[in-house]
Ligand binder design. Structure first.
Ligand SMILES: [Zn+2]
Length: 532
């Protein structure tokens, strides 16, 4: 007899799962007693069997989410009613491997659109991967050396096998979604609104640094991905040289994109706003000599202190020293150190005069002259040091390595432009410690989270529909949330959904596969009778 009440269906699932667990334990016990096994053998064996059991439990719980008796019709987006047709099976690959879910299929006679309400409720796509598995794939796809390696790691960790293309797809899909989260050049008003709310701490000093790094692309050859980094610093006295301050970057966050400087400027500006640009007492822009960096600084951070990276500036002097004295000469080092001392003391004019006297010694001297002339106002290192400012753009270079080089520049790698950008963006969110936020945004974008979120915000509201105003509340909330607030919000949302799920659908309002098949057969019989 098929259980038809919620309680009976729950009880049926409990009994089935308990029986399977009992059988499993008995089988394992006799397997253990038959011959000797190592702990590793036992672990692997148990994990594999528990995974299979877990997959059955997930499928069973999903079937409980459906109504015991499918309603004869549901609303269609066209405004008409879609009529119940039959039960259909969906395959989904989950964290516990592939599972099958039976669900009701409805068809609208007016617009010929079909739908499976349970798919929307459980937020999955038939024939695809679950959101939880996709999250893991994106994480591995962005952090392992290659998509193929990611499949190996996944299989070792979860015993689930997927193709390298599935990893690529999940990673790039998340990357594209995250890129869309960042501002478009035209949307001047929106960032400003959200900026006020997203400034979390009010740091005294905000550092902004940027750089470019090349990746090999199919369509365009070697192309530059731009990388930006916003951070605060922490200073302490250098142990080895107590006269010096050791200034370290902390709480760095990153943006990256394969785009022109103009668009990238807006993107970085938005990130700086999120990091408290408007509430910072001081803003420092650090970079090498690339023109686009200083154009962005002028346009988006006009009140910032501009500092040319100390190490790039030094490099020009060393190159000039080689041109003047020759690589092997001991004079080379002596001269360079003298000039570096002047530079360290902020005496750029004296360095320039010295370089001027060696002008005829060729390209390297001319390059140094031009660099020092152009960036003279960004090289007041003595004053920067006196104020405790960082003078090296190491954070930008390390960002380039971490976001791009470490993953996109493995031997022989050539990327599609969109894939390279997407993977770098996923890494940027991960390294900015915004993974949870990224995954939450993905959920919000994809499916019916919005309505539920409104209900979390307004727990007393009984209305099921969502007004435009409510929608804008949600959108504002999303934009406003600081990292901490957002995590709290996500947690509250999940808790509320769980609570709601219990009340509204009840894990206990499930129905069994046999029952569904029976209903499907009855419908078929009916339609055959009509046809006859
Ligand atoms: Zn319709």
């Amino acid at each position: 007899m098929n259980p038809t009440t919620d309680a009976a269906r729950t009880e049926h699932l409990v009994t089935t799962m308990s029986e399977r667990m009992t059988t499993l334990t008995r089988t394992l016990s006799s397997w253990m007693q038959e011959q000797e096994h190592s702990l590793a053998d036992v672990e692997h064996h148990v994990v594999r069997l528990l995974k299979e059991l877990g997959a059955s439990l997930v499928a069973g719980l999903c079937s409980l989410a459906a109504a015991a008796q499918p309603s004869p019709s549901v609303s269609c987006s066209c405004g008409h009613q879609a009529a119940y047709q039959r039960e259909r099976k969906a395959q989904v690959t989950t964290l516990l491997g592939p599972i099958s879910i039976w669900r009701s299929y409805y068809l609208c006679a007016a617009c010929a659109q079909g739908q499976h309400p349970l798919d929307a409720q459980l937020q999955f796509c038939a024939g695809s991967r679950s959101a939880a598995l996709d999250e893991l794939l994106a994480l591995l796809g962005a952090t392992q050396d290659s998509f193929v390696q990611a499949t190996t790691v996944l299989e070792r960790l979860t015993l689930v096998h997927v193709s390298a293309n599935s990893v690529r797809d999940a990673t790039e899909h998340l990357g594209v979604l995250l890129l869309e989260q960042q501002p478009q050049p035209q949307s001047e008003r929106a960032p400003r609104l959200s900026a006020r709310a997203t400034s979390t701490a009010s740091p005294r000093r905000l550092y902004i640094t940027m750089d470019g790094v090349l990746a090999h692309l199919h369509e365009r050859g070697w192309s530059e991905l731009k990388v930006g980094c916003c951070y605060h610093t922490r200073s302490r006295v250098d142990r080895k040289r107590p006269e010096r301050l050791e200034i370290r970057a902390q709480s760095a966050s990153y943006v990256t994109a394969l785009e022109e400087a103009r668009a990238f400027g807006w993107r970085l500006w938005q990130e700086a706003l999120r990091r408290g640009l408007l509430s910072s007492e001081e803003v420092v822009v650090l970079g090498d000599g690339a023109h686009w960096i200083w154009n962005i600084a002028e346009q988006h951070f006009p009140r910032a202190i501009q500092i040319v990276d100390w190490y790039h500036a030094s490099e020009y002097l060393w190159n000039a020293a080689s041109a003047i004295w020759g690589e092997a000469s001991s004079k080379r080092g002596e001269w360079a150190h003298d000039q570096l001392d002047l530079l360290w003391e902020g005496k750029v004019c004296e360095v320039l005069s010295e370089l001027e006297t060696w002008r005829e010694r060729g390209e390297a001297v001319l390059a140094a002259l031009s660099y020092y002339t152009e960036h003279q106002t960004r090289m007041d290192y003595a004053s920067y040091r006196a104020r405790g400012l960082q003078i090296g753009s190491g954070s930008a270079e390390s960002a380039c390595k971490q976001l791009v080089s470490a993953r996109l520049k493995q031997a022989g790698m050539i990327w599609d432009a969109s894939g390279a950008e997407a993977v770098a963006v996923v890494r940027a969110w991960l390294l900015s410690e915004r993974w949870e936020e990224a995954i939450a945004l993905r959920g919000v974008r994809r499916r019916g989270y919005r309505r539920k979120q409104v209900e979390v915000e307004q727990p007393r509201s009984e209305g099921r529909g969502q007004t435009g105003e409510q929608q804008s509340v949600v959108v504002e909330r999303q934009a406003e949330g600081s990292r901490q607030a957002l995590s709290a919000e996500v947690l509250a949302q999940v808790q509320a959904e769980l609570a709601q799920g219990r009340g509204k659908n009840g894990w206990g309002r499930a129905w069994r596969v046999q029952r569904q098949r029976q209903l499907a057969a009855q419908t078929e019989e009916r339609s055959q009778a009509i046809a006859a």
